[in-house]
Design a protein around this ligand. Structure first.
Ligand SMILES: Cc1ncc(COP(=O)(O)O)c(C=O)c1O
Length: 442
């Protein structure tokens, strides 16, 4: 019998002193489960329920929960009384930066923050400083963090943003109150895979940058169409704005060089987080040397500020170094393993769903997947919002959770396979999916 009595109690207690009972509103869901333990591909909640986990801390735990090598590195440092403060340069930062720049082909220099949002924040500021322009383009259905310029249009109601007009931009559909109108006026929202609208905006505003996930991974897996990323690169070169790839979710998950190493398109700046430290909090801004050196420009009026008491916190940096070493070590063969499991998941889901005759599409990039309940690969947010059967999607996720398969219980959220998953995990997931569909459709 599946129950969440203790989880519900914790949420209720937390609500007394924490608004909403959770510390990131992105974690508010139905059900809201209190997890207490994780090992490899599995997590356990406070009521003792065990799950095969595909949420992975919103895709951070790419090697799996409590990876042995990462944890050993952290434990060893603590046993050696490692100093947990930032007061000057550290050897660790240098070691991590070198490993990073050797892994990611288009990273010449990096800066290190504590979260993905800080990295994307700095990337936009850097682009504005470099171009001396203020306007920013973001993508409908993309997520780049919680600050004013980007906290908009992620899973918007179509009535708030309207139908696609051709070409066009959409109203700023904010995730937060408190964003000044002056900021909203500088932010322009277009659909993914829509170069026509970019051209339209370029004729109207001095654009500093476009920031985008090169694959939209916060509304499942929406892939760039052929020529789209190259089209952005060409326009950036022609019009002098900067192309920022937000690889906070795609980076290190699909390849050690990021998605940029797969698609071969060079961003001016890119941002990373999540998988780079396998669950420890770390963000990275990477880019060409001349851009990154704006952080130390000799003229004060051109210098971009980066600061943070906990930037490159030693514990997180140790974890990131251990993660990068493991990802790069051919004896682990991380990327082939997760791709093989991803294929098994995709094929299995296709086989199970096909006989039912309901609209569905399994979208996948290597270890990341999403089952949409619509009959084709979505091209952009409007396509998905109009066609995906959100109620079915929600119920499907809820029932899977009750059977011990944890995908985040919100429609169109990405599933993340980790290195710790096994073929048996995928087989068990598929068997339980079959039961859920029999319950739901018959
Ligand atoms: C693509 C992308 N960029 C930025 C962020 C923000 O990162 P963080 O939550 O670490 O601030 C996220 C988080 O989900 C993300 O998916």
């Amino acid at each position: 019998m599946y129950y969440l009595n203790k989880s519900n109690e914790i949420l209720k207690n937390n609500e007394i002193y924490i608004p909403g009972g959770v510390v990131s509103l992105n974690r508010k869901s139905d059900p809201n489960i209190c997890f207490v333990k994780g090992k490899g591909s599995r997590v356990w909640d406070i009521d003792g329920n065990e799950y095969i986990d595909y949420q992975a801390g919103f895709a951070a735990a790419f090697l799996g929960h409590n990876d042995e090598q990462v944890n050993e590195a952290v434990k060893h440092s603590l046993n050696e009384d490692m100093l947990l403060m930032g007061a000057g340069p550290t050897e660790l930062e240098g070691e991590f930066a070198e490993l990073f720049c050797k892994a990611v082909p288009f990273a010449e220099k990096i800066q290190i923050t504590t979260s993905g949002s800080e990295a994307t924040y700095h990337a936009i500021r850097l682009a504005r400083a470099a171009t001396e322009r203020d306007h920013v383009i973001i993508i409908q259905g993309g997520y780049n963090g919680w600050f004013n310029e980007v906290a908009a249009n992620v899973i918007s109601d179509l009535k708030d943003v309207g139908e696609r007009v051709s070409p066009g931009e959409y109203p700023y559909d904010g995730l937060s109150a408190g964003v000044p109108d002056s900021t909203k006026k500088l932010v322009h929202i277009v659909n993914f895979n829509d170069l026509e609208s970019i051209d339209f905006l370029l004729t109207k505003y001095p654009i500093a940058c476009i920031i985008l996930e090169p694959i939209l991974q916060n509304i499942g897996i929406v892939l760039p169409l052929d020529g789209y990323l190259q089209g952005l690169r060409d326009r950036a070169d022609r019009d002098g704005f900067l192309l920022i790839f937000d690889e906070v979710k795609s980076g290190f998950r699909h390849a050690i060089g990021g998605y940029q190493s797969i698609c071969g398109i060079q961003p001016d700046i890119s941002t990373f987080g999540k998988a780079v430290a396998n669950g420890y909090p770390l963000g990275v801004i990477a880019g060409k040397k001349e851009l990154m050196d704006l952080f130390v420009h000799p003229e004060k009026s051109k210098r971009v500020l980066i600061a943070g008491t906990f930037n490159a916190h030693p514990l997180n940096t140790i974890a990131a170094i251990a993660t990068l070493k493991k990802l790069a070590d051919p004896s682990y063969d991380v990327y082939n393993h997760v791709d093989k499991l991803g294929k098994m998941m995709e094929e299995g889901l296709n086989n199970i769903l096909s006989p039912y005759g309901i609209p569905f599409y399994v979208s996948r990039m290597k270890s990341a997947f999403c089952t949409y309940f619509m009959d084709h690969q979505p091209k952009d947010f409007h396509d998905l919002a109009k066609n995906n059967n959100m109620n079915f999607d929600k119920e499907y996720r809820k029932r899977l959770i009750q059977k011990g398969i944890f995908n985040f219980p919100l429609p169109v959220k990405q599933g993340s396979i980790s290195y710790a998953h096994t073929e048996d995990d995928i087989a068990e997931t598929l068997a339980k999916t079959k039961i859920v569909l029999q319950e739901m459709i018959g």
